[in-house]
Design a protein around this ligand. Structure first.
Ligand SMILES: *Cc1c(COP(=O)(O)O)cnc(C)c1O
Length: 445
């Protein structure tokens, strides 16, 4: 990596060499992790490569400032500049997503969801959300999550598997459940669902039963920003999202809402759940929102989708079944059973890891195996698309995955595959030396 890039990541001109001298251990791990990210394929659907500008802000001196409260209403002095930073983050988010109000302070997607529940619900209230084992998130009422303990979450799921339109959100079931359970809130959104989620269907059902609608767009927010997925902003009362998944910003969360909920949401975040905001991360969010406003990013979003679609088609040609038979977002959910009934998700993940292909095992609908074993894999294209990969590489990656799993007991074959993966990663380096960055440069007009 070039010195300019290294320096920009650490901000201060000598920050990294200073780190190396005071803490060689952590410096070593940081370098190793950076190498791992650059030298293996990153196919985890919730990950991405943030730009050097975003990295620079998260490593910046803005981390030093205490700024409890909101712009113009802080509990500490010296916040004139921080106010300007948070204001610019807010105005860019509002412009990008055409929202009435935004809160950019949530430390993560989970905190954003908690804040919305805290703002809109009382303990014990009924909420409908997607089943965890069919693609929902822990904060959608999992028994192990505080959300499942505090509120009465009722799950909806997917339609049964079928050759055409199976394994889609079961809106008939959702409507019936809404009518019988009188929820205060309906949550749309998922963490492992390969299809575009139609906000209008949710809005109609919410209106029929007088429920509020929260759209958790943690995963597809980059696709929404790029204009390749329908925006839920007009229809949902509240939209939560993470800034680090397809949106490609720093690790963090945010909430968009209609004006009548603004005050409640803001007080639920602070002082309800959090203390001092991470202003260095908020600065990085502002940078990411600016990047997401560009034509480059719109092309990036379209490429993510095209890449996922080609990755999925090639996997099908190699003998895999995909949950819902395809994808229209950034991820595919692979059902391994048709390919090889003896192969489970855990084994597949581990052997792929051994050749430098990083992904995660995932439950598939009605998975016969346990959650820690599973029969599926979740693969996403957001990160490798940032590194510049297009459809030709997606075909190659799908074949590498199939060959790895087919020859999983053949050391020689695995060695050859590992070599091919390494070569591909050298060609598509997310942080190459020089002053250009593929995440922006390869999507120019
Ligand atoms: C990732 C995700 C979250 C939580 O984000 P964290 O930043 O990991 O807390 C919430 N909801 C959904 C649907 C997600 O996919």
């Amino acid at each position: 990596m070039s010195d300019t890039l290294k320096n920009s990541i650490a901000t201060g001109s000598n920050a990294l060499s200073y780190l190396e001298s005071v803490d060689g251990e952590i410096y070593g791990f940081m370098s190793e992790e950076l190498d791992r990210q650059r030298r293996t394929l990153q196919l985890i659907a919730s990950e991405n490569f943030a730009s050097p500008a975003v990295l620079a802000m998260t490593g910046s001196a803005l981390t030093n400032k205490y700024a409890e409260g909101y712009p113009q209403r802080r509990y500490y002095g010296g916040n004139q500049i921080i106010d300007a930073v948070e204001e610019i983050a807010r105005s860019r988010a509002k412009e990008l997503f055409k929202a009435d109000h935004v809160n950019v302070q949530p430390h993560s997607g989970s905190s954003a969801n908690l804040a919305v529940y805290q703002a809109l619900l009382n303990p014990g209230d009924t909420v409908l959300a997607m089943r965890l084992d069919q693609g929902g998130h822990l904060t959608h009422g999992a028994p192990a999550s505080v959300t499942g303990k505090m509120y009465n979450f009722q799950p909806y799921g997917l339609t049964p598997r079928s050759p055409e339109n199976g394994e889609r959100i079961d809106f008939d079931y959702l409507r019936a459940l809404a009518k019988s359970s009188h929820p205060k809130l309906i949550v749309a959104g998922a963490t492992a669902y390969p299809r575009e989620i139609d906000p209008l269907m949710f809005k109609e059902i919410a209106d029929e039963v007088g429920a509020l609608l929260m759209f958790d767009s943690a995963h597809p927010m980059g696709l929404i920003a790029a204009g390749v997925h329908a925006s839920p902003i007009e229809l949902a009362d509240v939209v939560t999202f993470t800034t680090h998944k397809t949106l490609r910003g720093p690790r963090g969360g945010a909430i968009l809402c209609k004006e009548p909920f603004a005050k409640k949401i803001d007080s639920a975040v602070f002082p309800g759940l959090q203390g001092g905001p991470l202003e260095h991360v908020i600065a990085a969010k502002a940078v990411a929102f600016k990047e997401a406003q560009t034509q480059n990013f719109a092309r990036y979003g379209a490429q993510i989708k095209e890449n996922a679609s080609v990755l999925g088609e090639t996997l099908i040609a190699e003998g895999f079944r995909l949950v819902s038979n395809g994808t229209d977002n950034h991820l595919v959910l692979v059902d391994l059973r048709d390919f090889d009934s003896d192969l489970d998700g855990k084994t597949a993940q581990e052997v792929l890891d051994s050749v430098g292909i990083t992904c995660n095992r995932n439950q598939i609908p009605d998975d016969p195996r346990k959650p820690l074993i599973t029969s599926g894999l979740r693969l996403g294209t957001a990160a490798m698309t940032t590194a510049g990969m297009k459809v030709a590489q997606m075909r190659q990656v799908a074949k590498l995955i199939a060959n790895t799993l087919r020859h999983r007991n053949d050391e020689n074959e695995l060695k050859l595959i590992k070599g091919e993966v390494a070569e591909l990663c050298i060609e598509f380096d997310p942080y190459p030396s020089g002053d250009t960055w593929p995440g922006m440069d390869c999507f120019k007009g």
